[in-house]
Design a protein around this ligand. Structure first.
Ligand code: ADP
Ligand code: MG
Length: 461
């Protein structure tokens, strides 16, 4: 009895006890997210107020907030929960940075070099991602040949727009073009995300003049993953001006995206049509032949780099190429794993060995989409998909819905808001609630545990 009372009192933490150490948490952000994401975004978040079950965090702009919410919110929550288990929600508040005025004078003095240095830091081309290392195949033939043509004949195909799914070689090609052209041109190579980061930073510092100058003086402007512009109006505006002024002075522009210009939803029409106005080439998923070629080339590279021979026979190579279906990045990852294994065990591998080594990998990387989860879950519970997605709250519908949200969180890389949108535009807090509920139930309830496991195995089989 007494124990219970103490427990209850403890649930209400007094004002003095509410002391999360924000510096500690920041350190853990840096570890978890890596230093680039950390310095670009997370470092700028401050702790405004701490409550028992939620936090109010301060961010510099609305745009910043939206960005954090759409990309990092769930991971941030996970992270702070390590410091305080009772937290289940985070809210953001736009706050002015108060030490800014002090810094301002010094910043003014260093303005030009600062923007330059910070951009240059991310403008490095990777010397390994060159044309020699890029293997030609049916799926990338056209993209590769026009990438090379652009290098011979600047501004003939302008802009060159390369599109294709993730891990198919877009960044590799852009990088190769940059390497080829950098000795005789002022090459700017930047991801759209990074472009945005500098854009926001310049607005905050009231330093747009430098920003504009910096980007507009390049003679070759390469921008990667332009789909990041979607839904970001002011950024699109700025990009459009940069784009136009570069085109006007005859600079070559090369762009990559995960889809064709016309499929860029939430991008202004005039930008889409300018993007489509040059040459659009796409990269498709690789066929078996290309995958085998890439594996063989990669083996040769490793052999010459490490001066050792790698024994993988054709059966094994074919097996890897066949099993790795989605993209080239994955293919290379799988190959590395097999090679590492054969090195450690110093043996010639059979297809069967490979099967065992890769069993876990393939089940993890099998593409599981939110849509697939929704279908499997609604089938499993014998309800209509439309009912599961509807607004009705009766338990026979709500539980499967929550389970589907939970699995979407655990088994895909979608963020909470993205998952919410796929469930008939629900809010991310609904998804958080679902994840918590099902996590708890699957710990307490054997039936729930069994259901989840069965659904999981249906998804990965
Ligand atoms: P994307 O930018 O389209 O997501 P990347 O350019 O990052 O893809 O490619 C993913 C990985 O696959 C990189 O390591 C890249 O070097 C490699 N890769 C892609 N296509 C090829 C190719 N045709 N030949 C050799 N390596 C390739
Ligand atoms: Mg890329």
């Amino acid at each position: 009895m007494e124990k219970n009372i103490t427990k209850k009192q403890n649930a209400y933490v007094s004002e003095e006890e509410k002391t999360l150490n924000w510096d500690e948490i920041q350190k853990s952000f840096k570890k978890t997210f890596g230093s680039e994401v950390y310095t670009s975004w997370l470092q700028k978040i401050s702790l405004v107020r701490e409550y028992n079950d939620y936090l109010i965090l301060g961010v510099p702009t609305r745009f910043f907030r939206d960005w954090i919410v759409s990309r990092y919110l769930d991971k941030i929550l996970e992270q702070v929960k390590n410091f305080k288990i009772t937290l289940n929600r985070i809210e953001f508040k736009i706050v002015e940075e108060n030490n800014e005025t002090n810094l301002k004078k010094i910043e003014d003095l260093n303005k030009v070099t600062e923007i330059k240095d910070s951009i240059l830091n991310y403008n490095r081309l990777n010397p390994n991602l060159n044309f020699d290392k890029f293997v030609q195949g049916e799926s990338n033939n056209i993209a590769l040949s026009y990438s090379k043509k652009v290098c011979e004949d600047i501004s003939r195909y302008n802009p060159l727009y390369i599109c294709g799914g993730v891990g198919l070689g877009k960044t590799h090609l852009l990088n190769a073009i940059g390497l080829e052209l950098q000795s005789e041109n002022n090459v700017m190579f930047i991801s759209a995300e990074r472009f945005m980061y500098h854009f926001i930073k310049s607005i905050k510092k009231n330093d747009m003049v430098n920003f504009k100058d910096f980007f507009r003086k390049s003679s070759v402007f390469i921008i990667d993953d332009i789909q990041f512009l979607r839904g970001k109006e002011s950024l699109q505006e700025e990009f459009f001006h940069t784009f136009n002024s570069l085109m006007d002075k005859g600079s070559q522009i090369i762009i990559s995206a995960d889809r064709t210009p016309m499929k860029l939803d939430r991008v202004q029409e005039r930008i889409k049509s300018r993007l489509a106005g040059g040459l659009v080439v796409d990269i498709d998923t690789p066929d078996l032949e290309l995958k085998v070629k890439i594996i063989k080339k990669r083996i040769l590279e490793i052999e010459s780099q490490f001066k050792e021979s790698i024994n993988l026979d054709d059966d094994v190579i074919n097996y890897i190429a066949n099993e790795s279906k989605t993209n080239i990045r994955e293919l290379i990852g799988v190959l590395n794993r097999v090679i590492a294994f054969s090195r450690v065990h110093n043996k010639i591998l059979t297809t069967n060995d490979c099967k065992n080594i890769l069993k876990d990998v393939f089940s993890q990387i099998k593409v599981i989409t939110v849509e697939k989860i929704q279908n499997v879950v609604s089938n499993y519970f014998n309800i209509l998909l439309s009912e599961m997605l509807s607004q009705r709250r009766s338990r026979p519908l709500a539980r499967p819905r929550q389970i589907a949200m939970f699995l979407a969180k655990k088994m895909t890389s979608r963020s909470l808001p993205e998952i919410g949108r796929r469930f008939a535009n629900r809010d991310h807090t609904t998804v958080i609630h679902a994840v918590k509920t099902i996590t708890r139930l699957s710990e307490q309830d054997d039936e729930m545990k069994k259901n989840i496991n069965q659904i999981k195995s249906l998804l990965i089989e």
